[in-house]
Design a protein around this ligand. Structure first.
Ligand code: PEP
Ligand code: MN
Length: 285
C-alpha cells in the first residue's frame, strides 16, 4: 500500500500554516490574496501595462510565465530568463511580488527576483523538481495535475515538506473531464477538501479551470465564499493580441470588477481582502 501523506496533515498544525511572500503579505491568514497577470510575459510594454493594472486594482501578486509548458512545440515557448527579468522588474516598480513557473531546477538562477515559484500542473509529479525545490526554503505554488487525485496532490506537496520546505501553497486548476464547453472542470470540492485535510494555504486558478473569460469572475467569487485563501487569475491588457490563453484572460475592467466585488463576499465568511495599504512595505522589502 502507498504510504499516505503525513507532514501536510492538518493534525500536524491545527491552526494552519501561513506562507509569507513579503513583509505584510502572507497566505493562510485572514487576508485573501489575489495573484493576477498574463499567461505569459510577452514584452516589456505588455508586462509593464499588466503590472500597473494589477497594482491599481488592489492585487498583491503579479503572475507571468516565462518558461512555458506548451502542449505543442510550435506554440510560443516563453521568453525564458529574459522574461523572468521583465516580470521581476515590472512587479518591483509597482510594489508587487511575482509568481512564475519553473520547469527545471537548472533554471533556478534565473528566478532570483521571484517570490513564489510555481510548479505547474504538468510537473506536479516531477519528483526531481520537487526534491530540488524542497532544498530551497522558498515559497512554492503547487498546482494540482489535471488528472491527479487529491491524495496524489497532497503526496506531491509531501515531497516538499519531507525535504524540509514547509512554504507550500496548493492550487486547484481544474481536472480534465468530459465537458467540451469548458477547458477543464473546476473541482472546488477538492480545494475545500485540501484546505480541511492539510494545514497549507489553498488557492484556485479559475482561468485554466474554465478557459473562458466570462466564467472567471463568478467562479472567483465562489472561491472566496468557500473559505479558500486566494486566487490565481489571468489578465491581459489586450487579450485579443495575447500569445497564449487569450480566451481566458480577464480584461483590465474585469479584474477591477472582481476586486470591487470580493470584499462583500469575503466579509460573509469572516475574511477580508489583502489591503494595498500594505504595498509600501512590500515595495520597501
Ligand atoms: C500557468 O499557470 O501558466 C499554467 C501553465 O497553468 P497549469 O500548470 O495549471 O496548466
Ligand atoms: Mn495560461
Amino acid at each position: 500500500m502507498t504510504p499516505g501523506p503525513r507532514l501536510v496533515l492538518r493534525a500536524r498544525r491545527p491552526q494552519g500554516t501561513q506562507v509569507a511572500l513579503a513583509p505584510g503579505l502572507a497566505l493562510g491568514g485572514r487576508a485573501f490574496v489575489v495573484m493576477a497577470g498574463p499567461c505569459a510575459v510577452e514584452d516589456a510594454a505588455q508586462i509593464g501595462g499588466a503590472a500597473a493594472v494589477v497594482a491599481e486594482a488592489g492585487c498583491a501578486v503579479l503572475r507571468g510565465g516565462a518558461f512555458k509548458p506548451r502542449t505543442s512545440p510550435y506554440a510560443f515557448q516563453g521568453l525564458g530568463a529574459a522574461g523572468v527579468r521583465l516580470l521581476a522588474g515590472a512587479a518591483q516598480r509597482q510594489g508587487l511580488v511575482a509568481v512564475s513557473e519553473i520547469l527545471d531546477a537548472a533554471d533556478l538562477p534565473a528566478f532570483e527576483g521571484i517570490a513564489l515559484l510555481q510548479v505547474g500542473a504538468r510537473n506536479m509529479q516531477n519528483f526531481a523538481l520537487l526534491k530540488a525545490l524542497a532544498q530551497l526554503r522558498r515559497p512554492v505554488l503547487l498546482k494540482r495535475a489535471a488528472s491527479a487525485t487529491v491524495t496524489e496532490w497532497l503526496l506531491a506537496a509531501e515531497y516538499l515538506l519531507a525535504g524540509g520546505n514547509e512554504q507550500v501553497i496548493l492550487c486547484e486548476r481544474g481536472s480534465r473531464g468530459f465537458e467540451p464547453a469548458t477547458r477543464n472542470t473546476l473541482d472546488l470540492s477538492a480545494a475545500v477538501l485540501a484546505k480541511r485535510e492539510t494545514h497549507l494555504p489553498v488557492i484556485v486558478d479559475p482561468s485554466h479551470a474554465t478557459g473562458r473569460r466570462e466564467l472567471v469572475v463568478p467562479l472567483s467569487l465562489a472561491v472566496a465564499a468557500a473559505g479558500l485563501d486566494g486566487l490565481l487569475v489571468e489578465m491581459h491588457p489586450r487579450p485579443a493580441d495575447a500569445l497564449c490563453d487569450g480566451a481566458q484572460a480577464l480584461l483590465p475592467d474585469d479584474l477591477r470588477e472582481l476586486m470591487r466585488s470580493l470584499p462583500a463576499v469575503l466579509a460573509a465568511v469572516d475574511r477580508e481582502p489583502w489591503r494595498p495599504a500594505e504595498r509600501r512595505k512590500v515595495a520597501l522589502r
